[in-house]
Design a protein around this ligand. Structure first.
Ligand code: NAI
Length: 325
């Protein structure tokens, strides 16, 4: 099988190159993202392999189909970046449904701890030998209420961590998990009662901008908000307004709705055009990272194995267990 591997970073090669040799696959590593301008590079390949900020729309699906590309191998669990409906009956879209839920949950907890206790700010102060702690006061998480939106694999791992902190956990999910031992409440109740809210649902039509002016208004003053899921779960402009009004104790974002073309790239020498992102960066109680919740050795290894297992199943006519439908 010949695979065109888009949006390659050095760390992708570390995990995929040796494994591809074992499977006997030929991978062409392309640094460019996959989009309407670069899709033609897939000509002559059996599959393309893409990451979270590559977009594949209906027009591109048709082009890939005409080029006889058989599969879109997602190096991710989320699949909101591919037009699944357009791909139906044309190209198999295969994802990695679970690689390390703990990796993302642990990272989300890290963001929560950092914004609460100002660890990200303290790092810079002490590096300058400014040992003042003034302004860094946080709040105990123990005995406070956490609201978890989405109780799938990552949400459940996060619940275990939050319970470990001694937090009382409330959850919202339209498909509650039986026997989880967590209290499910309505979204409205979760917004009203939580001291910290963490997002672990996928991006769908229903969840787009689930955090908006209205929901922010319902939240407690001084609430902490963490998003390691998808940027568009939050209406960034409404978040900005909430931050300006002083609504939030802290906000930790690993994802941003306009992250495509910005995250994963070194943009340190160019002018930032995204004014919302630039303004978000100015708040002392906001910590933004570049979609790296998944980024552990264990997760990278699991992503590489599962992605190539998906390709192997396709090549050998085995059941496509990870096909997105
Ligand atoms: P999952 O599929 O195991 O769980 C998602 C849960 O969300 C399910 O229980 C589902 O019922 C629930 N859900 C669906 N619609 C909902 C709604 N309207 N409101 C509330 N909950 C809803 O997925 P998993 O593995 O837990 O991943 C969650 C998300 O995390 C992914 O969709 C992806 O966007 C994101 N993610 C982020 C990563 C990062 O590096 N920052 C890495 C991996 C995933």
């Amino acid at each position: 099988m010949k695979i065109a591997f888009y949006a390659t970073k050095p760390y992708d090669r570390i995990w995929f190159e040796p494994l591809a040799r074992e499977y006997g696959f030929s991978i062409h590593f392309i640094e460019l993202p996959c989009n309407e301008d670069t899709v033609f590079l897939a000509k002559g390949y059996d599959a393309i392999c893409i990451f979270v900020n590559d977009r594949v729309n209906a027009k591109m699906i048709d082009e890939l189909y005409n080029m006889n590309v058989k599969a879109i191998l997602l190096r991710s669990a989320g699949f909101n970046h591919v037009d699944i409906k357009a791909a139906e009956d044309k190209i198999a879209v295969l994802r990695v449904p679970s690689y390390s839920p703990e990796a993302v949950a642990e990272y989300a907890a890290g963001l929560l701890l950092s914004v609460n206790r100002c660890i990200h700010k303290a790092y810079y102060r002490t590096r300058d030998f400014n040992m003042s702690i003034h302004g860094f006061i946080g709040t105990d998480l123990s005995n406070k209420t956490a609201g978890v939106i989405g109780t799938g694999k990552i949400g459940q791992a996060m619940i275990r961590i939050l319970e470990g902190f001694g937090m009382n956990v409330l959850a919202y999910d339209p498909y509650p998990v039986e026997g989880l031992g967590v209290e499910y409440v309505s979204l409205e109740e979760l917004f009203k009662q939580s001291d910290a809210i963490t997002l672990h649902c996928p991006l769908t039509k229903e969840t787009k901008h689930i955090i908006n002016k209205k929901s922010i208004k319902m939240m407690k003053d001084g609430v902490y908000l963490v998003n390691t899921s998808r940027g568009s779960l939050i209406d960034s402009e409404d978040l900005l307004d909430g931050l300006i009004e002083g609504k939030f104790g802290g906000v930790g974002l690993d994802v941003y709705e306009e992250e495509e073309g910005i995250f994963y790239e070194d943009r340190s020498t160019v002018i930032v055009e995204d004014e919302v992102l630039a303004r978000l960066m100015t708040f002392p109680n906001v910590l933004i990272t570049s979609h790296m919740g998944f980024f552990t050795k264990e997760a990278m290894e699991a992503i590489a194995i599962e992605t190539l297992e998906n390709a192997y199943a396709l090549e050998n006519g085995l059941p496509l267990l990870n096909k997105v439908v």
